[in-house]
Design a protein around this ligand. Structure first.
Ligand code: LLP
Length: 445
Protein backbone atom coordinates (compact mmCIF):
# COMPACT_ATOMS: atom_id res chain seq x y z
CA UNK A 1 0.00 0.00 0.00
CA UNK A 2 1.30 3.45 -0.92
CA UNK A 3 1.61 5.64 2.18
CA UNK A 4 3.48 8.93 1.83
CA UNK A 5 4.98 11.47 4.23
CA UNK A 6 3.50 11.10 7.72
CA UNK A 7 0.57 8.96 6.53
CA UNK A 8 -0.13 5.83 8.59
CA UNK A 9 -2.98 3.61 9.65
CA UNK A 10 -4.16 4.37 13.20
CA UNK A 11 -5.68 2.13 15.88
CA UNK A 12 -9.17 2.65 14.45
CA UNK A 13 -8.04 1.40 11.05
CA UNK A 14 -8.32 4.95 9.71
CA UNK A 15 -5.85 6.83 7.56
CA UNK A 16 -3.92 9.35 9.60
CA UNK A 17 -1.77 12.20 8.28
CA UNK A 18 0.14 14.80 10.27
CA UNK A 19 -1.10 13.02 13.40
CA UNK A 20 -4.73 13.75 12.42
CA UNK A 21 -7.36 11.11 11.72
CA UNK A 22 -8.60 11.88 8.20
CA UNK A 23 -12.12 10.68 9.08
CA UNK A 24 -12.22 13.33 11.82
CA UNK A 25 -10.88 15.93 9.38
CA UNK A 26 -13.67 15.07 6.93
CA UNK A 27 -16.24 15.39 9.67
CA UNK A 28 -14.89 18.64 11.07
CA UNK A 29 -14.07 20.50 7.87
CA UNK A 30 -16.35 18.78 5.33
CA UNK A 31 -15.43 17.26 2.00
CA UNK A 32 -14.00 17.60 -0.57
CA UNK A 33 -11.04 18.74 1.48
CA UNK A 34 -7.43 19.34 0.52
CA UNK A 35 -5.08 18.23 3.30
CA UNK A 36 -1.46 19.36 3.38
CA UNK A 37 1.17 17.51 5.42
CA UNK A 38 3.43 20.23 6.82
CA UNK A 39 6.21 17.87 7.93
CA UNK A 40 6.44 16.29 4.49
CA UNK A 41 6.43 19.67 2.72
CA UNK A 42 9.13 21.06 5.00
CA UNK A 43 11.02 17.77 4.85
CA UNK A 44 11.24 17.89 1.05
CA UNK A 45 12.60 21.45 1.16
CA UNK A 46 15.20 20.38 3.71
CA UNK A 47 16.12 17.31 1.66
CA UNK A 48 16.70 19.51 -1.40
CA UNK A 49 18.74 21.96 0.56
CA UNK A 50 20.99 19.37 2.22
CA UNK A 51 21.46 17.29 -0.92
CA UNK A 52 22.59 20.27 -2.99
CA UNK A 53 24.57 22.10 -0.32
CA UNK A 54 26.70 19.02 0.18
CA UNK A 55 27.45 18.62 -3.50
CA UNK A 56 27.37 22.12 -5.00
CA UNK A 57 27.43 24.78 -2.28
CA UNK A 58 26.91 27.72 -4.66
CA UNK A 59 23.25 27.03 -5.16
CA UNK A 60 19.84 28.45 -4.44
CA UNK A 61 16.48 26.73 -4.63
CA UNK A 62 13.16 28.38 -5.33
CA UNK A 63 9.84 26.64 -4.76
CA UNK A 64 7.72 26.83 -7.95
CA UNK A 65 4.58 28.36 -6.52
CA UNK A 66 2.47 27.42 -9.56
CA UNK A 67 2.24 23.94 -8.01
CA UNK A 68 0.25 25.28 -5.03
CA UNK A 69 0.19 28.77 -3.63
CA UNK A 70 -1.74 30.33 -0.79
CA UNK A 71 -0.45 32.69 1.87
CA UNK A 72 0.29 29.98 4.45
CA UNK A 73 2.29 28.00 1.92
CA UNK A 74 4.30 31.11 1.13
CA UNK A 75 5.02 31.48 4.86
CA UNK A 76 6.31 27.92 5.08
CA UNK A 77 8.56 28.55 2.09
CA UNK A 78 9.95 31.71 3.73
CA UNK A 79 10.52 29.90 7.00
CA UNK A 80 12.52 27.21 5.24
CA UNK A 81 14.76 29.91 3.74
CA UNK A 82 13.75 29.03 0.20
CA UNK A 83 13.34 31.39 -2.72
CA UNK A 84 10.09 31.28 -4.70
CA UNK A 85 9.19 31.32 -8.39
CA UNK A 86 6.06 33.26 -9.33
CA UNK A 87 4.57 33.34 -12.83
CA UNK A 88 1.80 35.94 -12.74
CA UNK A 89 0.67 39.14 -11.07
CA UNK A 90 -1.55 36.98 -8.84
CA UNK A 91 1.27 34.74 -7.62
CA UNK A 92 3.52 37.76 -7.15
CA UNK A 93 0.83 39.62 -5.20
CA UNK A 94 0.09 36.60 -3.00
CA UNK A 95 3.78 36.23 -2.23
CA UNK A 96 4.32 39.85 -1.36
CA UNK A 97 1.11 40.11 0.71
CA UNK A 98 2.23 37.11 2.72
CA UNK A 99 5.44 38.94 3.59
CA UNK A 100 7.73 37.16 1.15
CA UNK A 101 10.92 39.21 0.63
CA UNK A 102 10.90 40.58 -2.93
CA UNK A 103 14.55 39.85 -3.49
CA UNK A 104 13.90 36.13 -2.97
CA UNK A 105 11.33 36.01 -5.76
CA UNK A 106 11.92 34.95 -9.36
CA UNK A 107 9.38 36.21 -11.91
CA UNK A 108 8.42 33.94 -14.81
CA UNK A 109 5.96 34.11 -17.67
CA UNK A 110 6.16 33.72 -21.43
CA UNK A 111 4.01 36.78 -22.12
CA UNK A 112 4.40 39.07 -19.14
CA UNK A 113 2.15 42.08 -18.97
CA UNK A 114 3.33 45.57 -18.29
CA UNK A 115 1.59 45.33 -14.92
CA UNK A 116 3.60 42.21 -14.04
CA UNK A 117 6.89 43.74 -15.10
CA UNK A 118 6.14 46.97 -13.32
CA UNK A 119 5.03 45.20 -10.11
CA UNK A 120 8.18 43.09 -10.21
CA UNK A 121 10.41 46.15 -10.43
CA UNK A 122 8.53 47.94 -7.66
CA UNK A 123 8.72 44.90 -5.40
CA UNK A 124 12.40 44.48 -6.17
CA UNK A 125 12.19 40.86 -7.34
CA UNK A 126 15.53 39.11 -7.28
CA UNK A 127 15.42 37.86 -10.86
CA UNK A 128 13.17 38.37 -13.85
CA UNK A 129 13.40 35.41 -16.21
CA UNK A 130 13.04 37.02 -19.62
CA UNK A 131 11.33 34.84 -22.21
CA UNK A 132 11.55 36.85 -25.43
CA UNK A 133 12.71 40.04 -27.15
CA UNK A 134 9.40 41.90 -26.74
CA UNK A 135 9.72 41.45 -23.03
CA UNK A 136 13.34 42.54 -23.06
CA UNK A 137 12.33 45.80 -24.71
CA UNK A 138 9.43 46.30 -22.31
CA UNK A 139 11.59 45.60 -19.29
CA UNK A 140 14.30 48.02 -20.46
CA UNK A 141 11.68 50.76 -20.91
CA UNK A 142 10.00 50.10 -17.55
CA UNK A 143 13.31 49.92 -15.69
CA UNK A 144 14.50 53.13 -17.36
CA UNK A 145 11.24 54.89 -16.44
CA UNK A 146 11.65 53.80 -12.85
CA UNK A 147 15.35 54.72 -12.80
CA UNK A 148 16.36 51.20 -11.87
CA UNK A 149 18.23 48.22 -13.30
CA UNK A 150 16.47 44.85 -13.74
CA UNK A 151 18.48 41.76 -12.85
CA UNK A 152 17.60 39.07 -15.39
CA UNK A 153 18.14 35.54 -16.54
CA UNK A 154 17.38 34.79 -20.18
CA UNK A 155 15.16 31.76 -20.77
CA UNK A 156 16.74 29.52 -23.34
CA UNK A 157 15.27 26.49 -25.14
CA UNK A 158 17.84 23.72 -24.91
CA UNK A 159 16.19 21.52 -27.57
CA UNK A 160 15.74 18.53 -25.29
CA UNK A 161 12.56 16.48 -25.58
CA UNK A 162 11.69 14.98 -22.20
CA UNK A 163 9.62 11.84 -21.99
CA UNK A 164 6.49 13.15 -20.35
CA UNK A 165 2.97 14.21 -21.32
CA UNK A 166 3.11 16.61 -24.28
CA UNK A 167 1.28 19.37 -22.40
CA UNK A 168 4.01 19.51 -19.77
CA UNK A 169 7.03 19.22 -22.10
CA UNK A 170 8.78 22.55 -22.50
CA UNK A 171 12.43 21.96 -23.43
CA UNK A 172 11.97 20.68 -27.00
CA UNK A 173 12.62 22.82 -30.11
CA UNK A 174 8.92 23.30 -30.90
CA UNK A 175 7.79 25.27 -27.88
CA UNK A 176 6.39 28.67 -27.04
CA UNK A 177 8.89 29.04 -24.20
CA UNK A 178 12.21 30.85 -24.31
CA UNK A 179 14.69 31.59 -27.07
CA UNK A 180 16.03 28.75 -29.16
CA UNK A 181 19.73 27.91 -29.04
CA UNK A 182 19.75 26.08 -32.38
CA UNK A 183 18.23 28.92 -34.43
CA UNK A 184 20.54 31.54 -32.95
CA UNK A 185 17.63 33.35 -31.25
CA UNK A 186 19.12 32.74 -27.81
CA UNK A 187 22.49 34.27 -28.72
CA UNK A 188 20.73 37.24 -30.30
CA UNK A 189 18.79 37.70 -27.04
CA UNK A 190 22.00 37.60 -25.02
CA UNK A 191 23.64 40.26 -27.19
CA UNK A 192 20.58 42.47 -27.05
CA UNK A 193 20.36 42.15 -23.25
CA UNK A 194 24.01 43.13 -22.94
CA UNK A 195 23.38 46.32 -24.92
CA UNK A 196 20.64 47.56 -22.64
CA UNK A 197 21.52 50.01 -19.92
CA UNK A 198 18.73 49.13 -17.49
CA UNK A 199 19.10 45.40 -17.72
CA UNK A 200 21.72 43.38 -15.93
CA UNK A 201 22.12 39.96 -17.52
CA UNK A 202 23.22 37.55 -14.82
CA UNK A 203 22.64 34.17 -16.38
CA UNK A 204 20.46 31.78 -18.29
CA UNK A 205 17.45 29.62 -17.48
CA UNK A 206 15.87 26.49 -18.89
CA UNK A 207 13.10 24.11 -17.84
CA UNK A 208 12.65 20.90 -19.78
CA UNK A 209 9.39 19.46 -18.49
CA UNK A 210 7.48 18.16 -15.52
CA UNK A 211 6.84 14.81 -13.78
CA UNK A 212 10.12 13.40 -15.13
CA UNK A 213 10.80 9.96 -13.72
CA UNK A 214 14.47 9.83 -14.73
CA UNK A 215 17.27 12.37 -15.06
CA UNK A 216 18.06 11.93 -18.75
CA UNK A 217 16.43 15.17 -19.95
CA UNK A 218 18.04 17.21 -17.17
CA UNK A 219 21.47 15.79 -18.01
CA UNK A 220 21.01 16.64 -21.69
CA UNK A 221 19.82 20.15 -20.84
CA UNK A 222 22.73 20.85 -18.50
CA UNK A 223 25.26 19.81 -21.14
CA UNK A 224 23.54 21.93 -23.74
CA UNK A 225 23.33 24.95 -21.42
CA UNK A 226 26.98 24.84 -20.40
CA UNK A 227 27.92 24.55 -24.07
CA UNK A 228 25.81 27.64 -24.70
CA UNK A 229 27.35 29.57 -21.80
CA UNK A 230 30.76 28.73 -23.26
CA UNK A 231 29.64 30.06 -26.67
CA UNK A 232 28.43 33.25 -24.99
CA UNK A 233 31.87 33.64 -23.39
CA UNK A 234 33.56 33.13 -26.77
CA UNK A 235 31.30 35.47 -28.70
CA UNK A 236 30.83 38.28 -26.17
CA UNK A 237 33.58 37.85 -23.59
CA UNK A 238 30.90 37.70 -20.88
CA UNK A 239 31.10 34.91 -18.30
CA UNK A 240 27.55 34.29 -17.10
CA UNK A 241 27.36 33.67 -13.37
CA UNK A 242 24.04 31.86 -12.94
CA UNK A 243 22.45 28.78 -14.43
CA UNK A 244 18.83 27.99 -13.58
CA UNK A 245 17.77 24.46 -14.55
CA UNK A 246 14.08 24.84 -13.63
CA UNK A 247 12.19 22.02 -11.95
CA UNK A 248 10.62 18.84 -13.21
CA UNK A 249 11.50 15.96 -10.90
CA UNK A 250 8.56 13.54 -10.74
CA UNK A 251 6.73 12.05 -7.76
CA UNK A 252 4.90 8.86 -6.85
CA UNK A 253 1.28 8.80 -7.91
CA UNK A 254 1.18 5.00 -7.91
CA UNK A 255 3.08 2.49 -5.85
CA UNK A 256 4.98 1.34 -8.93
CA UNK A 257 6.26 4.83 -9.78
CA UNK A 258 9.89 5.08 -8.95
CA UNK A 259 11.28 8.58 -9.46
CA UNK A 260 14.85 9.27 -8.33
CA UNK A 261 15.04 10.34 -4.69
CA UNK A 262 16.03 13.97 -4.12
CA UNK A 263 19.42 12.71 -2.98
CA UNK A 264 19.95 10.60 -6.14
CA UNK A 265 18.70 13.44 -8.30
CA UNK A 266 21.17 15.85 -6.67
CA UNK A 267 24.01 13.39 -7.21
CA UNK A 268 23.35 13.11 -10.95
CA UNK A 269 22.66 16.82 -11.46
CA UNK A 270 25.77 17.98 -9.62
CA UNK A 271 28.05 15.38 -11.21
CA UNK A 272 26.75 16.20 -14.69
CA UNK A 273 27.10 19.90 -14.05
CA UNK A 274 30.64 19.73 -12.68
CA UNK A 275 31.77 17.43 -15.48
CA UNK A 276 30.33 19.77 -18.13
CA UNK A 277 31.89 22.84 -16.49
CA UNK A 278 35.28 21.17 -16.17
CA UNK A 279 35.25 19.97 -19.75
CA UNK A 280 34.58 23.54 -20.95
CA UNK A 281 36.99 24.95 -18.42
CA UNK A 282 34.18 27.22 -17.26
CA UNK A 283 34.14 28.86 -13.81
CA UNK A 284 31.44 27.35 -11.58
CA UNK A 285 28.27 29.48 -11.82
CA UNK A 286 25.62 29.64 -9.13
CA UNK A 287 23.16 26.78 -9.66
CA UNK A 288 19.51 27.80 -9.37
CA UNK A 289 16.51 25.49 -9.40
CA UNK A 290 12.76 25.77 -9.07
CA UNK A 291 11.09 22.45 -8.22
CA UNK A 292 7.37 22.50 -7.47
CA UNK A 293 5.74 19.09 -7.71
CA UNK A 294 8.60 17.19 -6.04
CA UNK A 295 8.36 19.50 -3.01
CA UNK A 296 4.62 19.68 -2.44
CA UNK A 297 3.02 16.95 -4.56
CA UNK A 298 3.22 14.03 -2.15
CA UNK A 299 2.41 16.28 0.83
CA UNK A 300 -1.16 16.79 -0.37
CA UNK A 301 -4.14 14.48 -0.35
CA UNK A 302 -7.81 15.09 -1.09
CA UNK A 303 -10.65 13.69 0.99
CA UNK A 304 -14.02 13.00 -0.61
CA UNK A 305 -17.23 11.38 0.59
CA UNK A 306 -18.53 8.53 -1.51
CA UNK A 307 -22.15 8.97 -2.60
CA UNK A 308 -23.90 7.01 -5.31
CA UNK A 309 -22.59 3.57 -6.18
CA UNK A 310 -23.61 1.95 -9.45
CA UNK A 311 -23.07 -1.37 -11.08
CA UNK A 312 -23.21 -1.23 -14.85
CA UNK A 313 -22.71 -3.94 -17.47
CA UNK A 314 -19.36 -3.82 -19.24
CA UNK A 315 -19.74 -3.39 -22.99
CA UNK A 316 -18.77 -6.46 -25.05
CA UNK A 317 -17.78 -8.71 -22.15
CA UNK A 318 -19.55 -10.46 -19.36
CA UNK A 319 -19.31 -8.82 -15.96
CA UNK A 320 -20.12 -5.58 -14.28
CA UNK A 321 -18.26 -2.40 -13.57
CA UNK A 322 -18.65 -0.65 -10.23
CA UNK A 323 -18.74 3.13 -10.18
CA UNK A 324 -18.27 4.89 -6.86
CA UNK A 325 -19.05 8.58 -7.10
CA UNK A 326 -17.23 11.23 -5.10
CA UNK A 327 -18.57 14.65 -4.16
CA UNK A 328 -15.84 16.38 -6.19
CA UNK A 329 -14.00 15.68 -9.42
CA UNK A 330 -13.02 17.74 -12.43
CA UNK A 331 -13.32 21.06 -10.61
CA UNK A 332 -10.94 20.16 -7.78
CA UNK A 333 -8.66 17.93 -9.87
CA UNK A 334 -8.68 18.40 -13.65
CA UNK A 335 -5.47 16.38 -14.15
CA UNK A 336 -7.00 13.04 -15.16
CA UNK A 337 -8.90 14.78 -17.97
CA UNK A 338 -6.01 17.02 -19.03
CA UNK A 339 -3.02 14.71 -18.77
CA UNK A 340 -4.44 11.21 -18.30
CA UNK A 341 -3.04 11.52 -14.80
CA UNK A 342 -3.24 8.50 -12.51
CA UNK A 343 -3.79 8.46 -8.75
CA UNK A 344 -3.90 6.11 -5.78
CA UNK A 345 -7.12 6.04 -3.73
CA UNK A 346 -7.41 4.77 -0.16
CA UNK A 347 -10.56 4.06 1.77
CA UNK A 348 -9.70 6.29 4.71
CA UNK A 349 -12.24 4.85 7.17
CA UNK A 350 -11.57 1.16 6.36
CA UNK A 351 -7.85 0.96 5.75
CA UNK A 352 -7.34 -2.56 7.07
CA UNK A 353 -9.89 -4.25 4.83
CA UNK A 354 -8.68 -6.10 1.75
CA UNK A 355 -8.23 -4.04 -1.39
CA UNK A 356 -9.81 -6.66 -3.63
CA UNK A 357 -12.67 -4.95 -5.48
CA UNK A 358 -12.33 -3.39 -8.94
CA UNK A 359 -13.84 0.07 -8.68
CA UNK A 360 -13.93 3.14 -10.90
CA UNK A 361 -13.99 6.44 -9.05
CA UNK A 362 -16.19 9.02 -10.72
CA UNK A 363 -16.63 12.71 -10.08
CA UNK A 364 -19.95 14.53 -9.80
CA UNK A 365 -19.69 16.91 -12.72
CA UNK A 366 -22.01 16.93 -15.70
CA UNK A 367 -19.66 14.96 -17.89
CA UNK A 368 -17.61 11.79 -17.64
CA UNK A 369 -15.08 13.02 -15.13
CA UNK A 370 -13.53 9.73 -14.14
CA UNK A 371 -11.06 10.46 -11.37
CA UNK A 372 -9.49 6.98 -11.20
CA UNK A 373 -10.22 4.19 -13.62
CA UNK A 374 -10.34 0.53 -12.53
CA UNK A 375 -8.59 0.63 -9.22
CA UNK A 376 -8.61 -1.74 -6.27
CA UNK A 377 -10.47 -0.84 -3.07
CA UNK A 378 -12.43 -2.56 -0.33
CA UNK A 379 -16.06 -2.78 -1.50
CA UNK A 380 -17.11 0.88 -1.16
CA UNK A 381 -20.24 2.00 0.68
CA UNK A 382 -22.08 5.28 0.47
CA UNK A 383 -20.68 7.54 3.19
CA UNK A 384 -17.14 6.11 3.09
CA UNK A 385 -14.31 8.62 3.09
CA UNK A 386 -12.04 8.32 0.08
CA UNK A 387 -8.52 9.75 0.18
CA UNK A 388 -6.73 10.44 -3.10
CA UNK A 389 -2.98 10.69 -2.61
CA UNK A 390 -0.36 12.96 -4.18
CA UNK A 391 -2.72 15.84 -4.90
CA UNK A 392 -0.49 18.57 -3.44
CA UNK A 393 0.71 19.86 -6.80
CA UNK A 394 -1.47 21.28 -9.58
CA UNK A 395 -4.80 20.37 -7.96
CA UNK A 396 -5.85 23.31 -5.77
CA UNK A 397 -3.75 25.46 -8.14
CA UNK A 398 -5.81 24.34 -11.14
CA UNK A 399 -9.19 24.09 -9.45
CA UNK A 400 -12.17 25.80 -11.04
CA UNK A 401 -15.79 26.58 -10.29
CA UNK A 402 -17.08 24.37 -13.11
CA UNK A 403 -20.80 23.65 -12.64
CA UNK A 404 -20.59 26.41 -10.02
CA UNK A 405 -19.01 24.04 -7.54
CA UNK A 406 -17.52 25.78 -4.56
CA UNK A 407 -13.77 25.36 -4.30
CA UNK A 408 -12.81 23.08 -1.39
CA UNK A 409 -11.11 24.19 1.80
CA UNK A 410 -7.51 23.30 2.60
CA UNK A 411 -6.12 22.33 5.99
CA UNK A 412 -2.52 22.17 7.10
CA UNK A 413 -1.87 19.24 9.40
CA UNK A 414 1.04 18.71 11.73
CA UNK A 415 1.58 16.77 14.94
CA UNK A 416 -2.13 16.29 15.56
CA UNK A 417 -3.16 19.88 14.77
CA UNK A 418 -5.19 20.93 11.77
CA UNK A 419 -5.33 24.59 10.72
CA UNK A 420 -7.54 25.87 7.99
CA UNK A 421 -5.35 27.65 5.43
CA UNK A 422 -7.92 28.18 2.68
CA UNK A 423 -11.60 28.57 3.49
CA UNK A 424 -14.18 26.62 1.52
CA UNK A 425 -15.99 28.94 -0.88
CA UNK A 426 -19.61 29.60 0.04
CA UNK A 427 -22.50 30.03 -2.34
CA UNK A 428 -22.28 33.83 -2.17
CA UNK A 429 -18.62 33.65 -3.18
CA UNK A 430 -19.94 32.39 -6.50
CA UNK A 431 -22.08 35.47 -6.97
CA UNK A 432 -20.11 38.43 -5.75
CA UNK A 433 -18.60 39.30 -9.12
CA UNK A 434 -21.87 38.83 -11.04
CA UNK A 435 -23.79 41.92 -12.11
CA UNK A 436 -27.33 42.05 -13.45
CA UNK A 437 -27.88 44.99 -15.80
CA UNK A 438 -30.82 47.15 -14.72
CA UNK A 439 -32.95 46.03 -17.68
CA UNK A 440 -32.58 42.36 -16.72
CA UNK A 441 -33.37 42.74 -13.05
CA UNK A 442 -36.25 40.55 -11.89
CA UNK A 443 -39.52 42.26 -11.42
CA UNK A 444 -41.00 40.84 -8.26
CA UNK A 445 -44.17 42.99 -8.31
N1 LLP B 1 9.96 26.26 -13.61
C1 LLP B 1 9.25 26.52 -14.71
C2 LLP B 1 9.69 27.56 -15.61
C3 LLP B 1 8.09 25.79 -14.98
O1 LLP B 1 7.41 26.04 -16.08
C4 LLP B 1 7.67 24.78 -14.06
C5 LLP B 1 6.45 24.03 -14.30
C6 LLP B 1 8.44 24.56 -12.92
C7 LLP B 1 9.59 25.31 -12.72
C8 LLP B 1 8.07 23.54 -11.88
O2 LLP B 1 8.01 22.26 -12.40
P1 LLP B 1 7.77 21.00 -11.45
O3 LLP B 1 8.98 20.85 -10.55
O4 LLP B 1 6.56 21.26 -10.67
O5 LLP B 1 7.63 19.87 -12.39
N2 LLP B 1 -0.11 21.56 -14.68
C9 LLP B 1 0.81 20.50 -15.01
C10 LLP B 1 2.25 20.86 -14.69
C11 LLP B 1 2.71 22.08 -15.41
C12 LLP B 1 4.12 22.42 -15.08
C13 LLP B 1 4.42 23.78 -15.58
N3 LLP B 1 5.71 24.26 -15.30
C14 LLP B 1 0.42 19.23 -14.26
O6 LLP B 1 -0.58 19.23 -13.58
O7 LLP B 1 1.07 18.20 -14.40
Amino acid sequence: MLLLGTQRINELGHLEVGGCDTVDLAQKFGTPLYVLDEADFRGKMRAYRTAFEQRYPRNEIAYASKALLCMAVARLVVEEGFHMDVASAGELYTAVKSGFPGDRLVLHGNNKSQLEVSMALEMGVGRVVVDNLNELNMLEAEAAAKGTVAPILLRVTPGIDPHTHKFISTGQEDTKFGLNITTGAAMEGIKKALEFEHIKLIGVHCHVGSQLLDTEAHEGAINRMIGFMDDVRTQTGVVLDELNIGGGLGIRYLEEHNPPSIEDYAEVICNTLKAALDSHNFPYPKLLQEPGRSIIGEAGLTLYTIGAIKEVPIAEEPGIKVYATTNGGLSDNPRPQLYDAVYTPLLANRMNEPYDQQVTIAGKHCETDTLINNTLLPKPNTGDILAVLSTGAYNFAMASNYNRFRRPAMVLVNEGHADIIVERQNLDDLLWQDRIPERLKPNYE
